[in-house]
Design a protein around this ligand. Sequence first.
Ligand code: TYD
Length: 152
Amino acid sequence: MEGARSEPRVAGPEVIEPAALQLFGFRKIPDPSGNLTPVEGAHEIPFAIRRAYWIYDVPGGAARGGHDYRSLEEVFVALSGSFDLVVDDGRGSSVRQTLNRSYYGVYLPAMVWRRLENFSTNAVCLILASQAYDEGDYLRDYADFCDARRQM
Ligand code: TYD
């Protein structure tokens, strides 16, 4: 999983990074009174959005995630501030992607280990998800995750 950039160069409703870690540039509608970014699931997200949740008030130095999903797909957006998304394929490859613009999203398929860290003050991470919450879909043990990847 290589090739992700910390600052994508192209903005638009298209996939701008074809590596395993896909970056999306959403539309940005600028206005002197504030910018607006719309996302229409059918066109701009590669799954039907069944759930949204957001992470905020993260204390300095704290990390989130640290798990995998068996089938859940997600898109991560830094609505405010910044954080790093660290993605690991369980086969020796990992990539770190800084998210710091509210018009960029990162798509993660199922079966990738993810961790969120380096949250800035007042960072807000929006996650769009393909399924309802299901604790049974999680792999929370890294060794179990690597075993599952080996069987793929
Ligand atoms: P978890 O997914 O482990 O958090 P993160 O990956 O962001 O660090 O979830 C933390 C807790 O919140 C856990 O007890 C499950 C609960 N939870 C829900 O009830 N619904 C949800 O949609 C999510 C994402 C978590």
